[in-house]
Design a binder for this molecule. Structure first.
Ligand SMILES: C[S@@+](CC[C@H](N)C(=O)[O-])C[C@H]1O[C@@H](n2cnc3c(N)ncnc32)[C@H](O)[C@@H]1O
Length: 336
């Protein structure tokens, strides 16, 4: 097959980027202008991630993502994808995000449909512009808690309100979760768990914790504190952790942005008390979704190299990896 990924068929014309009218409303224009001028990189990453999901709509159904992303991020990522396609790139921009999104979706669904998972609470740490509470029907029995900085959650609520009040049916937000609670908190402060509990989180109730695109923005000590707090919950109740980890080489791509890394999260999590730890890499059978067919693309090449290897034997570039981890624990279970 061609070097291009299968969802971008070469014989199809590349569609123009069509922006939803709602993005040109006064409210959303002003809000996104404010995000661009006032937010730091970490907060803006919420919108950037949403843009990636919006532009991978062939595989990720997230109609709200383009509203959350805003015009600038959509245009930037659109141009990158277009260039990759024209160059027949082996990896199209954003494929890693599409795979990551689909991996988390599938693991959340599996956790909630397991015999003891139905009705579990779901907590998203660093929820950003995640729209799962509006797009996953498997959350219908779950109370969902979204934790992020106050300004991120406030912007999100403003966008949802604008969408709800518009005549644009395609973007009407409908909550598919049993309930949705936004918890404004800073994960580097000691009070985030208290704030979560004050908002209705029940420590003794089965919980699925979602840490998607968040750990590497934290310092080593803050990330470890967050992981330990979640691990302690395994002594109280059935606990599932879904998280992505960068290895050290991945954080060197931008050492001012990324901090926490772990080369062996499949050893770290059992040491904290989790059992049933499973590590996947982008391109593995459960982290593939038909998007990484080419055996010579970067992700497949990485998977074929031992994880101890730090630089590519071909060109000496860093072997940056994104690990996808699922782990669980319960009072009756011992860590492996
Ligand atoms: C890359 S985005 C990922 C958002 C979302 N999980 C997703 O996958 O779409 C990272 C998010 O983490 C949030 N974040 C980073 N550091 C945080 C902290 N100390 N406390 C709360 N949220 C934080 C940012 O505001 C941003 O929304």
């Amino acid at each position: 097959m061609s070097t291009n990924e299968s969802v971008f068929a070469e014989d199809e014309p590349w569609p123009e980027l069509k922006l939803p009218e709602l993005l040109s409303s006064d409210t959303l224009r002003a809000l996104h202008a404010n995000i661009e001028s006032d937010w730091d990189f970490m907060r803006r990453s919420a919108c950037q991630t949403a843009a990636g999901r919006a532009l991978w709509k062939q595989v990720v159904h997230d109609p709200l993502a383009e509203l959350f992303a805003g015009e600038t991020f959509l245009k930037t990522i659109y141009e990158k994808i277009k260039k990759d396609r024209l160059n027949n790139a082996r990896e199209i921009s954003g494929v890693i995000l599409a795979v990551r999104t689909l991996w988390f979706d599938s693991k959340i669904e599996a956790a909630l449909s397991s015999s003891d998972g139905g009705g579990a609470q779901v907590v998203l740490l660093g929820a950003g512009m995640d729209a799962r509470s509006h797009r996953l029907s498997c959350l219908k029995e779950s109370s969902v808690f979204e934790v992020d900085f106050p300004e991120v959650l406030h912007a999100k609520a403003t966008i949802l309100e604008a969408a709800a009040n518009s005549s644009d049916e395609h973007h009407h937000p409908i909550v598919t979760a049993k309930s949705l609670t936004r918890v404004a908190a800073d994960l580097t402060e000691d009070d985030w768990l208290g704030k979560l509990q004050t908002s209705g989180f029940e420590p003794n109730k089965s919980t699925v914790w979602i840490l998607e695109g968040i750990l590497y923005y934290l310092s080593h000590s803050d990330a470890m504190k967050v992981l330990k707090i979640i691990a302690e919950k395994c002594n109280l109740t059935k606990t599932v952790l879904l998280a992505d980890f960068m290895n050290k080489q991945a954080t060197t791509l931008s050492s001012s942005t990324f901090h926490f890394y772990c080369d062996w999260p499949d050893e770290l999590l059992p040491s904290l008390g989790f059992a049933d730890v499973k590590l996947s890499q982008i391109g593995d059978p459960d982290a593939h979704f038909g998007l990484l067919q080419d055996p010579l693309n970067l992700f497949n090449k990485l998977r074929n190299l031992p994880r101890t290897i730090q630089t590519h034997p071909d060109d000496g570039t860093p072997c940056g990896r994104l690990y996808l981890l699922q782990a669980s624990g319960s009072p009756n279970q011992t860590s492996s």
